[in-house]
Write a protein that binds this ligand. Structure first.
Ligand code: T4K
Length: 415
C-alpha cells in the first residue's frame, strides 16, 4: 500500500487524481492454493499413469472424500457447477416452470432456460438474501415442477420451510449450493438437503478444483442417473442406456480438489479471521451494513458482503465501487442487476421486476470486498480505512462526482 494514510483532502482520493492506496489490484475471487508439492506430486502421478480423465482414481477418491465430509451418500464430481445444475435439473425431470431467485449468479437461471424450462423469478428475504418461502408459495402455478433455492454467500436458505412447501405441492427441491461448500444448516452439513444439491469448485471459490463442481444426494436412483448422464449415458463399453452429456471432472481438477481438501480448514480459518477484521473495521458506519453469518453454524466466510444505503451513507454503492476501484480495490457488484434484468429474461419477461421489489432494491446496494489468502491484516485495514474515510465524506464525494460527471452508471469494464 502506498498512500492510504493520506486521503486527508478529497484530492488525495485516487478517483480525484490522488495516488491509489494499493500499488497492486486486490480482487474478489483470488484463488486459494494448497500445498504445491503435494499438488505437483499428484500431477506427476497423473502423467506417469497416463490416466487423465474418465472417472479416474483421483476423481473417485475426491468424490468419496467429499461425500464423507458432508455426510451424504453420493457425491458425483462434475466439470463445473453450471453443467452440474443442468444435469441435476434434467435428472430430476423438471419441466414447465421452476421457481428460482433472480438475485443469484446467472448460471442458476441459465441452467433451466438452457433446457426450455421457464425460470420463474421469485423475491428474496432482504435479511438473508435467499428465497423468501412466502413469495415462493405465491409463484406456484399448475405448471410449476420444482424449486431451486440458492444458499447465497454460503448462508443456508430457509430449508425447512422450502422443504415443507415442496412436499405439500409435490415439487422437486434442488439447492444451488455453489457458495456453500463446508457450511451447515442447523448443525448438518449442506449437501444432503432437498432432492439434491450442487456445489461449485470454480477458481474464484474459496475451495477450488480449477474448474469443477459436484452434485450430492442421498437418493440412490437419482445418483445413478446423474452418473450415467455425466458420461454420455454409457453403462459400459459400447452400451449407452440413457441420454447424457460430458460432465466428467478431469484428473488434474480432482488432484487440485484433493490438495484443496487438505488445506480446507486453513482456508476457512483465514476467511473467518478476515471476516472478523472487516466486522470491526466497518462497524457502525452510517448506511453501511456488513452481512453477518450465524456463528453457531459452520461457514466458509468466502464472501464479504456489504450493503450501502445512499440515503444514510451520503454516497451511493456505484460511487463507492468506482472510488474503491480507483484505489485498486476491485470490489464487485455481485449479483447486479439481477437475472431478470439480463438477457434473455429481460426481453422475455419485461414485467418480472414487478414481483421482485426487494431483489431490485438489494441489487442496487450490494458490493463484495476482497478476501481469501490473497489479502491479510494490512490490506483489510487499508480497505477499512478508505471506506471509513469515504463514508465520513460521503455527501461531499457524491457532490464532486456529480459535478465532475464521474457518477455516470458503471460501464461493463468497470464492474
Ligand atoms: N451458482 C452460483 C450461485 C454461482 O455463484 C456460480 C458461479 C454458479 C452457480 C456456477 O458455477 P461454475 O459453473 O462457475 O462452477 C465468477 C465465477 O466465474 C463463477 O464461478 C462464480 N459463480 C461467480 C460468482 O463469480 P466472475 O465473472 O466474477 O469471475 P472473474 O473472471 O471476474 O474473476 C473474479 C476475480 O477473480 C478476477 O478479477 C481475478 C480473480 N481470478 C479469477 C480467476 C478465474 C484469479 O485471480 N484467478 C482466476 O483464475 O465469475
Amino acid at each position: 500500500m502506498t498512500s492510504e494514510r493520506l486521503k486527508a483532502s478529497l484530492d488525495e482520493f485516487a478517483i480525484f487524481g490522488g495516488t491509489p492506496a494499493f500499488a497492486e489490484q486486490l480482487h474478489v475471487g483470488r484463488p486459494n492454493i494448497g500445498d504445491r508439492d503435494r499438488l505437483l506430486g499428484l500431477f506427476n502421478q497423473i502423467l506417469d499413469t497416463k490416466r487423465l480423465s474418465n472417472m479416474g482414481p483421483l476423481e473417485r477418491e475426491f468424490e468419496q472424500r467429499v461425500a464423507e465430509m458432508l455426510g451424504v451418500k453420493h457425491c458425483i464430481a462434475i466439470c463445473n457447477a453450471t453443467v452440474a445444475l443442468e444435469i441435476a435439473i434434467r435428472a430430476l425431470g423438471l419441466t414447465g416452470e421452476v421457481i428460482v431467485p433472480s438475485f443469484t449468479f446467472i448460471a442458476t437461471a441459465h441452467a433451466l432456460q438452457w433446457q426450455q424450462i421457464v425460470p420463474v423469478f421469485c423475491d428474496i428475504d432482504p435479511e438473508t438474501h435467499c428465497l423468501d418461502p412466502r413469495s415462493v408459495e405465491r409463484m406456484i402455478t399448475p405448471r410449476t415442477t420444482g424449486i431451486v433455492g440458492v444458499h447465497l454467500w454460503g448462508r443456508a436458505c430457509e430449508i425447512d420451510a422450502l422443504t415443507e412447501i415442496a412436499d405439500r405441492h409435490g415439487l422437486k427441491l434442488l439447492f444451488d449450493a455453489a457458495h456453500a461448500f463446508a457450511c451447515s444448516y442447523e448443525g448438518r452439513m449442506i449437501g444432503g438437503f432437498g432432492d439434491a444439491e450442487v456445489f461449485s469448485f470454480h477458481a474464484t471459490k474459496f475451495f477450488n478444483t480449477f474448474e469443477g463442481g459436484a452434485v450430492t444426494t442421498n437418493d440412490d436412483k437419482l445418483a445413478e442417473k446423474i452418473r450415467l448422464m455425466k458420461n454420455f449415458g454409457f453403462a459400459g463399453y459400447d452400451q449407452v442406456i440413457y441420454i447424457g452429456t460430458n460432465g466428467k471432472m478431469s484428473e488434474v481438477s480432482a488432484a487440485m480438489g484433493l490438495t484443496s481438501l487438505e488445506s480446507l480448514d486453513d482456508f476457512v480459518a483465514n476467511n473467518h479471521r478476515n471476516y472478523r477484521q472487516y466486522s470491526s473495521e466497518l462497524a457502525e458506519l452510517p448506511g453501511l451494513r456488513l452481512l453477518t453469518f450465524k456463528e453457531h453454524e459452520k461457514c466458509n466466510y468466502q464472501y464479504i458482503v456489504v450493503e450501502v444505503d445512499q440515503t444514510k451513507a451520503g454516497i451511493g454503492r456505484d460511487e463507492l465501487v468506482r472510488l474503491l476501484h480507483a484505489e485498486n480495490i476491485i470490489a464487485r457488484r455481485y449479483f447486479y442487476p439481477g437475472c431478470h434484468r439480463m438477457e434473455p429474461y429481460r426481453t422475455s419477461y419485461p414485467d418480472a421486476g414487478q414481483a421482485l421489489p426487494l431483489t431490485e432494491q438489494l441489487a442496487e446496494r450490494v458490493l463484495t470486498l476482497p478476501t481469501g489468502t490473497a489479502v491479510g491484516e494490512t490490506e483489510i485495514s487499508g480497505i477499512g480505512r478508505i471506506i471509513r474515510k469515504a463514508i465520513a465524506r460521503g455527501p461531499e464525494i457524491h457532490e464532486r462526482l456529480v459535478a465532475e460527471h464521474v457518477n455516470l452508471p458503471l460501464t461493463a469494464k468497470e464492474y
